[in-house]
Design a protein around this ligand. Structure first.
Ligand code: SF4
Length: 439
């Protein structure tokens, strides 16, 4: 069995290495100064890899200037170019970035041409020592794959394997793989299937793990931790990104927690636990609310997701105070929903935003949540751009997508039902459409 270690600049990603913490800028790449400033803050806050979107050839020059500026300031954090819909841009960035992420589902619309362009791309990566991420996303699988396997975990794993085979054929091994979904069950199953397929193939590439479009606040952290902990606790995963619809700095403490915990440098604040008829009663002495949430989620989220247990009762202390019944009940509800065992509120999908984001995504997400909080049972997506957003919403019932120019498109099950809605009116319009649909 060959286990691969990928190298992006100074960072090693692979077996026996510490779990690498990464994040992504949400500034516009063309705004070089803002992106450089954000990269500086992210590097200072502990990001070991920083991803920047490169929407097209017009942004290649900006990326080069961002990189040059950071290097001139002594910041050598490897930069990852994030590419969708433009194999030409991926090939250009292979000569500039330390790592390039491509999405096989949208690398090129024609499958035969995608394979030919990918071979060219790998040649440039090899020449420049550039690492590659084969970044498959549930919801943006190519039609070639969905025609064979549907939009499923096995389809995701097969899509990744197909591109890994192309890397193996070219003897190009500087590769990391990801299979992200906002659905924790789908995401965990896809990664496990891929790990098994790679083991059967005899070559295991390092894995970038994360729950995509996890949302924000406690829910976003809990969903991310359930997905990542389910894998990292089994030794699956070499680098982690926690995607939150917040400033990217906020992602880093959660990712660092996961890296430390599963790098065995951090222990849970769990004092004791007992199980009776599928219900776990867990006693904590957590130093803070944040730690209680992360500890309880990682301690019990994987077992809930795996249906090894059914209920969670949290007691004990947090920050020196007795954990209130309200906090205990809320936390249990959130962890059960994150593990997709019981839904006590709508399920939200929200992208973290990036340089393609066309509006105030964080504000829009809060407004949508406030208007739709009572609609238990629905899946509502809030996405930052019209280019990638609709394709990435996967199994959302309703989608709210920024078009740019102060306008929003509203989708029902991936079909646009209202376009060009002014941003100020869009949350109410969404609620009206959902209400009319349920009459
Ligand atoms: S959907 Fe969100 S994170 Fe994805 S490319 Fe668009 S703005 Fe960026």
């Amino acid at each position: 069995m060959k286990r691969i270690t990928a190298i992006a600049g100074k960072v090693l990603i692979g077996p026996g290495q510490p779990i690498v913490v990464q994040t992504m800028c949400n500034t516009h790449t063309a705004d070089v100064d803002a992106t450089v400033q954000q990269c500086r803050r992210l590097a200072a806050a502990g990001a070991q890899l920083i991803r920047i979107t490169v929407p097209g050839m017009q942004d290649v020059e900006s990326f080069s200037r961002i990189k040059a500026s950071l290097r001139s300031q002594g910041i050598d954090t490897p930069l990852v170019a994030d590419i969708h819909f433009s194999s030409q841009t991926a090939i250009a960035m292979a000569a500039i970035a330390e790592k390039v992420r491509i999405n096989p589902g949208n690398f090129h619309p024609d499958h035969a041409e995608a394979c030919a362009q990918f071979a060219r791309f790998l040649d440039v990566c090899r020449e420049h020592g550039t690492a590659v991420r084969v970044g498959v996303n549930h919801g943006s699988l190519g039609s070639y794959i969905t025609g064979l396997y549907g939009n499923t975990p096995i389809g995701m794993a097969k899509a990744a394997m197909e591109w890994l085979e192309m890397c193996l054929e070219k003897d190009f091994l500087n590769v990391v793989v990801s299979l992200k979904s906002s659905n924790t069950v789908v995401m965990v199953e896809a990664y496990r299937l891929l790990e098994q397929m790679m083991e059967e193939r005899g070559v295991v590439f390092p894995l970038h793990v994360g729950v995509t479009e996890a949302g924000n606040g406690d829910s976003g952290r809990i969903k991310s931790c359930i997905g990542c902990a389910s894998l990292l606790s089994q030794g699956i995963g070499n680098t982690v990104r926690v995607s939150l619809t917040e400033d990217p700095e906020a992602e880093l403490p959660v990712a660092a927690y996961l890296a430390e915990r599963y790098g065995e440098r951090l222990k849970s604040s769990l004092e004791s636990s007992s199980v009776k008829e599928g219900t776990v009663t867990a006693v904590y002495d957590a130093p803070s609310r944040e730690r209680l949430i992360l500890d309880a989620t990682c301690d019990w989220g994987p077992a809930l997701l795996g249906r090894e247990i059914d209920e969670l009762v949290i007691t004990g202390k947090c920050g020196g105070e007795v954990i209130s019944p309200e906090l205990a009940g809320y936390l249990s509800d959130e962890i059960l929903q994150g593990a997709r065992r019981r839904f006590y509120k709508p399920e939200y999908i929200a992208c973290p935003g990036c340089g393609r984001t066309m509006y105030d995504l964080q504000k829009a997400f809060e407004e949508v949540k406030a208007r739709t909080a009572g609609l238990k049972g629905l899946v509502i997506a809030v996405m930052g751009c019209i280019v990638n957003g609709p394709g990435e919403m996967a199994d959302a019932d309703w989608g709210y997508v920024g078009e740019g120019g102060g306008k929003v498109s509203i989708y029902k099950k991936n079909v646009p039902v209202m376009r060009h809605v002014p941003e100020g009116e869009a949350p109410q319009k969404l609620l009206e459409l959902i209400t009319a649909d349920s009459l």
